[in-house]
Design a protein around this ligand. Structure first.
Ligand code: DGL
Length: 287
């Protein structure tokens, strides 16, 4: 079973290729409930152009936002196991909901750098002039103990108004980045935050940056939109430099996997990644 690998069984230093004196190429594993993590992957690609990257969209189980934490935790353990089997020696949980549900178990189980994502409360609080910050995120993220702790630590005197966004992730998974239905959902979710006086909106789900043009249309130019993709890529780069200094990055390839329909994932991922890619189905043990 996926969860059977324990910390001490994961190789911490890269193995050497037969007959060569340089380490075998390793990879950075990135996963999300679906295609949202591609908004993080593009920052990683920019910042670490020579790394081999492996992306898994758990499309067979999307959305995570309305699922119980233990379900997401099991899926995350399984996907991390797969990525490590493929050679990942660092993992990015490119999903706020999965970070809230599973970052602690992943870190206690696997002895490799595991980088998670959280809604960017700290920079948003610093940026707000009105003293009201809105958070758009999944219900799972907003209800998590991790998010409560984040507010406790960074909100200070700033009022934080949260808004769960059911249905939005599904629209993005369908590739509906500009349909009337998507536009209506965005109006519905952003208008209460603006009515409360928010001048800064946190995009607390990795899917949402794909909707920035529509969100802009809905909220206008004066509202700051805060996203964490670039910060996560920078943190990954720092962790690799300090914790895996001898690694050999390899062939700069990007591989894509899905636990859902391969043809659909191939189409949507190609559209969102900006070039034709092939999404392969995960092996049955990980579906
Ligand atoms: N992209 C994810 C996040 O950052 C999860 C979306 C979902 O599956 O509900 O929270």
């Amino acid at each position: 079973m996926a969860a059977s690998i324990i910390k001490k069984q994961i190789p911490l230093s890269p193995p050497f290729l037969k007959g060569e004196n340089k380490p075998a190429p390793r990879a950075i594993g990135v996963f999300d409930s679906g295609v949202g993590g591609l908004t993080v992957l593009r920052h990683i690609r920019q910042m670490l152009p020579n790394e081999r990257l492996i992306y898994v969209a758990d499309s067979g189980h999307v959305p995570y936002g309305d699922k119980p934490a233990h379900y997401i935790e099991q899926r995350s353990l399984s996907l991390a196991h797969f990525l490590i089997e493929q050679g990942a020696d660092a993992i990015v949980i490119a999903c706020n909901t999965a970070t809230a549900a599973a970052a602690t178990s992943l870190r206690s189980r696997y002895g490799i750098p595991i980088i998670g994502m959280e809604p960017a409360v700290k920079p948003a609080v610093a940026a707000s002039k009105s003293g009201v910050v809105g958070v758009l995120a999944t219900v799972g993220t907003l209800e998590s103990a991790r998010f409560a702790a984040l507010l406790e630590k960074y909100a200070g005197d700033v009022e934080i108004v949260t808004q769960g966004c059911p249905g939005l992730v599904e629209q993005i998974e369908l590739g509906e980045l500009s349909s009337t239905q998507t536009r209506e959902l965005i109006e519905r979710y952003t208008s209460p935050l603006l009515a409360r006086g928010a001048d800064t909106l946190i995009l607390g789900c990795t899917h949402y940056p794909f909707l920035i043009p529509l969100i802009r249309d809905a909220v206008g130019e004066s509202i700051a939109l805060v996203d964490t993709g670039a910060a996560v890529a920078r943190q990954l780069q720092r962790r690799i430099q300090t914790e895996l200094p001898e690694r050999y990055a390899g062939d700069a390839s990007v591989q894509f996997f899905t636990s859902g329909n391969e043809a659909h994932a191939t189409r949507i991922m190609s559209m969102l990644w900006g070039r034709t890619v092939e999404a392969k189905l995960l092996p049955p043990a990980f579906l």
